[in-house]
Design a protein around this ligand. Structure first.
Ligand code: CA2
Length: 149
């Protein structure tokens, strides 16, 4: 059974509680429930964490070596700033999918640069809570294809 680590970055604990016009009305707990449901449908094990701290995210990625087959991450604002998270993803070589609720390419200029995208196996951006589900499906599909290659 594939094991997937889901990482929600800073401020995503506020989902559904602030700025619903950009990030929707769904709470993080509701997104996690949807992910758990899809994971059981796909037959994969998932673990979900949220952190507001860059270093903690780096440590969780490092600790995923040997424990997880894939990582699904919304790095939130760290997407646009964190070489540390990028380096952690590269160093673990664990296939990683980047997801965003909003379409970062149709927002402010500073959100159009991601330090994660070119080290990810794929990116899903702009589909609201659905981005997470599409991202998990894409990641599991990638892991299956890699296994049978
Ligand atoms: O669209 C996304 O998923 C983002 O990763 C969300 C980040 C933002 O910095 C990225 O550019 C795009 C922000 C997450 C903050 O979430 C909030 C939720 C509710 C209220 C305030 C912030």
């Amino acid at each position: 059974m594939f094991k997937v680590l889901v990482i929600h970055g800073p401020n995503l604990n506020l989902l559904g509680k602030r700025e619903p016009e950009i990030y929707g009305k769904t709470t993080l707990e509701e997104i996690n429930s949807m992910l758990r449901e899809l994971a059981s449908e796909l037959g994969v094990y998932i673990e979900l964490i949220q952190s507001n701290h860059e270093g903690e995210i780096v440590t969780k990625i490092q600790e995923a070596i040997g424990k997880f087959d894939g990582i699904l991450i919304n790095p939130a604002a760290y997407t646009h700033t964190s070489i540390a998270i990028r380096d952690a993803i590269i160093s673990t070589s664990i296939p990683t999918v980047e997801v965003h609720i909003s379409n970062i390419y149709r927002r402010e200029e500073f959100r159009r640069r991601s330090f994660i995208s070119d080290v990810a196996v794929g990116v899903v951006s702009g589909f609201g809570k659905e981005s997470y589900l599409l991202g998990l499906r894409g990641l599991v599909n990638y892991l299956k294809e890699k296994q049978s290659a």
